[in-house]
Write a protein that binds this ligand. Structure first.
Ligand SMILES: [Zn+2]
Length: 173
């Protein structure tokens, strides 16, 4: 049977023009491809962040919470990647997005809490960690929920840059 997919030897030109202006923002979310297009639309249209820097890994920023033994190396790697992006691209805004039914949490011990509550705790811890170690960066958290065959993005809180306001760092939640 003939393979319908495009030959890897054929060249392809994207019809989208290249724009080299950076927007000073990155988003960290789960690799789950079923949410990819909606994540892009939310960040591009909902938050007004075209060309944001993407950091996709299983479970998104969950590993930064630090309680997941299985994610220790992910945490070290993600911290290094964010550090690089924040300094090399002069980022001032980092967006963390968790999603409903995330496979990463399948075997995570939540001590009786719901997976969603655990995800919320983890995103808060991750946001705090990023904001504390990068004082010029504001961190926002969101949850992607499936509603009527679509994806709804709920704000879960934010961490203001510590440099601009010491008090505001407590505002999460
Ligand atoms: Zn996931």
């Amino acid at each position: 049977m003939k393979n319908k997919s495009r030959s890897t030897k054929q060249r392809f030109v994207s019809q989208l023009a290249f724009d080299d202006r950076r927007v000073g923002a990155a988003a960290v979310y789960c690799s789950d491809g079923r949410y990819g297009e909606q994540m892009d639309e939310f960040l591009h249209v909902g938050l007004g962040l075209p060309r944001y820097d993407r950091v996709a890994l299983p479970g998104g920023a969950a590993c930064l919470a630090g309680h997941l033994v299985k994610a220790y190396y992910d945490k070290v790697a993600l911290e290094r990647q964010l550090e690089f992006l924040i300094s090399a691209h002069s980022l001032t805004r980092v967006v963390l997005i968790a999603h409903q039914g995330c496979g990463f949490y399948k075997d995570v011990w939540t001590n009786g809490a719901s997976v969603e509550q655990q995800q919320m705790d983890d995103l808060r811890a991750a946001a705090k960690l990023i904001a504390t170690s990068n004082r010029q960066v504001a961190v926002e958290t969101y949850f992607a929920r499936r509603v009527d065959g679509k994806v709804l993005f709920e704000p879960w809180g934010s961490e203001a840059p510590a440099a601009s306001s010491e008090v505001a760092t407590q505002s999460l939640g």
